[in-house]
Design a protein around this ligand. Structure first.
Ligand code: ADP
Ligand code: ZN
Ligand code: ZN
Length: 816
């Protein structure tokens, strides 16, 4: 007897284990690891995944697998390995990870259908008896139709809208039999119908038919209805007639949905590697160990060309390439360059694409048609089976951390992915994450560097403007005098300016001068931001909106003032001070429509815009040769977060933004405005001195015991009732202490090595009406940590706190 051990597709911690089923002999050939099947569970067909195959089971009276859904399985061996490793590492269930590996839109769900369970004659008789006034014959007809079709509850109700009593009658008297079945997936392969000429060729035809015949006989792949009408100059009616006569025939053929940016193929340019690039390539290509590489190189040093060269070599060996970028929508140029180089081999995967588009790209990868996969973090889970190279571009970016379950970090997952598939792994950045650089420095990664820009252009010179001095001189504008002058000169030379301000909206808060009250969101404990374009106040956490009050709601004073600067206010100031300049704003609010990034980028490249201002969206990827001045409006802004990575984030952002200047032939200039010019992150960013920054930062981390010298796990508790949230957090803390005490018996060091902080309210305790509390667990012993977290996940009595949502976040990006 063959037994399958399956994972149920049900989301409950208690069900996150394997269940045994008998494999009926006729299904044996189809049952493979990773295949989706339906099994009876609690008397209903339930979707499950084959996870192991065995020859005996401890359980008596096993049930049989009902059917195999996917043959061959959608889940490959590599993805299977990934799921098995990732779930315990990030303390989530295997099905939560597994979902990410399946083609988008193919999730299956259960639905209830009804079928007629009595003979029709009986039905007719009963209806005539009970509802003599109703059109019984028509109703019986309808019931038969719905029953044959296997209509779901909603469809029955819809059809019997005017006769709900009848529908109820049918249910009450068991005329309808209830069945559960698996609903078909939402997304399928898209097709279009093309026509072929199928009648004998020597027959005499009307003039119109003659034209259709002539066109079709020259078209091997057929033509769609619309194409045919145009090409043969006939009306659709003619085609319908020919189809009825059996002279032309339509065939459905699969049609790929083309995502934005994949339409036309650009052309590639010749590449000549300089000495430094050749050396780096040589080192990476010839390495024989499995250690990942960290490629550190300033922007413009040619990292992307190196990645492409490595990719080309990998494709040539017949292996796949995974090329990860932080956020694809923000880097249209990378896609363009990849397609110029690799053409149809490129597949694209990111979250801004529709399910249908992603489904098609998934199929192209699975079939082997597209071995070069460019994507954002979720592309990790694409159906690779022969991965030879993984590139993580701008590896320090925060978007590489997933902020919903499974809360993985790309850096950790690609290490495993490379290990499982014996692929080369290259991380690249101008400003590596402190944690990555630490790994390189300590020998876990190879460190390779590119020190010059490819075109030998010097990096733009950075000037720091002390805003405190500016205030003393009574300059209350957003722009310092120096930045203003430089902008004017740049515009006079017909060059472009980028201004960076990482805060959208107009003013960040409004305050009553008399009672000191600031206007807060009623659902979140944060100030509302004024948006001048709609003249309203908005909450940046939950998007609550309200009109601007004329009087203070607290004391009725009319002395309401606006404080803080956002991109909209900056835009207004620019319009006032640079009358004729063409200005474009790029932030969350101005890029909500599909393709907005691409459009802004095209306007910039074509020179239609003089000044681009924006939030951190503009820090990445933009390669604009005419930009010669970059102004950072508030360089210390990123430092004001109560987070241990604040200085790192600030340093990285400044270098990245500065790198937008002087990418063409003309030299660039950069100005940092700040109230905090002495801070080491700003000082070292001015000199592009990563090494000094790293040494200062790593010393601070070591002293405070923060990562990379420890690992953190954040437990988040949220819910509508504050008392429940706090009680759950306290109960969880008690559970952790109890498990820790048990661990100490086996591992005496567990006492000191595991440090629990909290429970404490999150920095912003209330968001969208949910109270948020948290626990932080810190340890320098990852195995102990993992064990404790996993044990707590399994042992916690979730039932006692039904309204509290609990998340576990290993190595959270933010500890706020
Ligand atoms: P990075 O990724 O480090 O910012 P890029 O690879 O984008 O650098 O290179 C910067 C510019 O220099 C790009 O326009 C790129 O095409 C060009 N470039 C880099 N290396 C070469 C090369 N070997 N031959 C021709 N152009 C190159
Ligand atoms: Zn007031
Ligand atoms: Zn809010």
């Amino acid at each position: 007897m063959k037994i399958a051990k399956v994972l149920l597709d049900l989301n409950a911690t208690a069900l996150d284990r394997l269940f045994d089923y008998v494999i009926p002999s006729q299904l044996v050939p189809k049952v493979q690891i990773g295949a989706r099947v339906t099994v009876p569970f609690q008397n209903r067909p339930t979707i499950a995944y084959i996870w192991e195959i065995a020859t005996h089971s401890e359980v008596a009276a096993l049930k049989e697998i009902i059917e195999v859904i996917d043959d061959p399985p959608l889940l490959g061996m590599l993805q299977y390995q990934l799921v098995n490793w990732l779930a315990p590492y990030y303390s989530c269930s295997r099905t939560e990870v597994l979902k990410l590996c399946l083609p988008p839109g193919t999730n299956l769900s259960r639905q209830i259908i009804y079928r007629l369970s009595e003979p029709v004659d009986q039905l007719r008789k009963e209806l005539l008896l009970n509802f003599p006034d109703l059109p019984v014959a028509a109703l019986v007809e309808k019931i038969l139709k719905l029953s044959c079709k296997g209509a779901v509850h909603r469809e029955w109700r819809n059809e019997f809208r005017e006769y709900l009593t009848i529908f109820k009658f049918l249910l009450q008297h068991n005329f309808l039999h209830k069945e559960t079945r698996i609903a078909p997936p939402k997304v399928k392969t898209k097709t279009r119908t093309v026509f072929f000429w199928v009648a004998a060729e020597n027959l005499k035809e009307t003039a119109a038919a003659q034209r259709v015949k002539q066109v079709l006989l020259t078209k091997q792949h057929g033509l769609t209805r619309a194409e045919l009408c145009t090409a043969a100059a006939v009306s659709p009616g003619v085609l319908t007639r020919l189809q009825k006569q059996g002279k032309i025939r339509g065939t459905a053929i699969p049609m790929e949905r083309i995502p934005c940016g994949m339409e036309q193929a650009p052309v590639s340019r010749p590449i000549v590697f300089n000495r430094e690039q050749q050396r780096v390539l040589e080192i990476i290509k010839t390495a024989t160990d499995q250690k990942p590489f960290l490629l550190q190189g300033i922007t413009g040093s040619g990292k992307t060309e190196i990645y492409f060269e490595l990719a080309a070599a990998t494709l040539k060996q017949g292996r796949q390439v995974l090329y990860l970028v932080p956020e694809i929508a923000l880097t249209p140029q990378t896609l363009e360059r990849a397609r110029a180089r690799f053409g149809k081999a490129v597949a694209l995967l990111h979250s801004k694409m529709s399910d249908g588009e992603r489904f098609d790209q998934w199929q192209r990868i699975k079939s082997g048609a597209a071995p070069f996969v460019l994507g954002a973090r979720s592309a990790l889970f694409a159906p690779f089976d022969n991965l030879g190279l993984i590139i993580v571009d701008e590896e320090h970016e925060t978007t590489y951390k997933q902020e919903e379950t499974p809360r993985y970090h790309v850096r950790k997952v690609v290490e495993k992915l490379a290990e499982f598939s014996h692929a080369k792994l290259v991380f690249g950045s101008a400003t590596p994450a402190v944690e990555t650089y630490y790994l390189a420095e300590s020998g876990a990664y190879h460190l390779v560097k590119l020190e010059q820009r490819y075109n030998s252009q010097p990096l733009p010179e950075v000037t720091i403007v002390d805003l405190r001095q500016e205030l003393k001189r009574k300059n209350k504008n957003i722009l310092s005098d120096l930045l203003y002058q430089e902008m004017q000169q740049t515009l006079d030379r017909q060059e472009q300016v980028i201004l960076f301000l990482n805060r959208r909206g107009h003013s960040t808060f409004i305050l009553c001068r008399d009672c000191g009250q600031s206007l807060q969101c009623p659902c979140c404990e944060v100030s509302l931001t004024y948006h001048s374009d709609e003249n309203i106040l908005r909450c940046h956490y939950c998007d609550y909106r309200q009109p601007v009050p004329n009087l203070c709601p607290n004391c009725q004073s009319n002395r309401i003032r606006y404080f803080g600067n956002g991109t909209q206010k900056l835009e207004a100031e620019l319009k006032e001070r640079f009358g004729g300049a063409r200005i474009i704003r790029m932030d969350h609010d101005s890029t909500t429509t599909k393709g907005a990034h691409q459009q802004i980028y095209e306007e910039l490249i074509s020179g239609k815009v003089d000044i681009l201002l924006g939030t951190q969206m503009i820090a990445k990827g933009l390669d604009l040769p005419k930009v010669t001045l970059v102004g950072v409006i508030a360089a210390d802004q990123a430092l004001n977060r109560p987070d241990f990575r604040a200085a790192e984030r600030c340093f990285q952002l400044l270098i990245q933004v500065a790198g937008r200047a002087g990418r063409g032939t003309r030299p660039g200039r950069v100005i940092f405005q700040t109230y905090n010019p002495e801070h080491y992150a700003i000082q070292f960013a001015q000199k592009y001195d990563f090494d000094s920054f790293y040494r200062t930062e790593i010393a601070e981390r070591r002293q405070a015991g923060y990562p990379p010298f420890s690992e953190l796990v954040k437990f988040g508790f949220s819910g509508i009732k504050q008392t429940q949230v706090i009680a759950a957090a306290e109960a969880y803390a008690a559970l952790i202490r109890q498990i820790q005490a048990e661990l100490v018996r086996d591992f005496p060091r567990a006492g000191n090595e595991l440090q629990l902080m909290g429970p404490a309210p999150a920095v912003i305790e209330k968001v969208q009406n949910l109270y948020r509390w948290q626990l932080l667990l810190k340890s320098s012993q990852p195995q102990l940590l993992e064990r404790l977290v996993e044990e707590s996940r399994q042992k916690f009595s979730y039932r006692k706190y039904p309204d509290v949502r609990i998340i576990r976040d290993r190595n959270p990006y933010s500890v706020l």
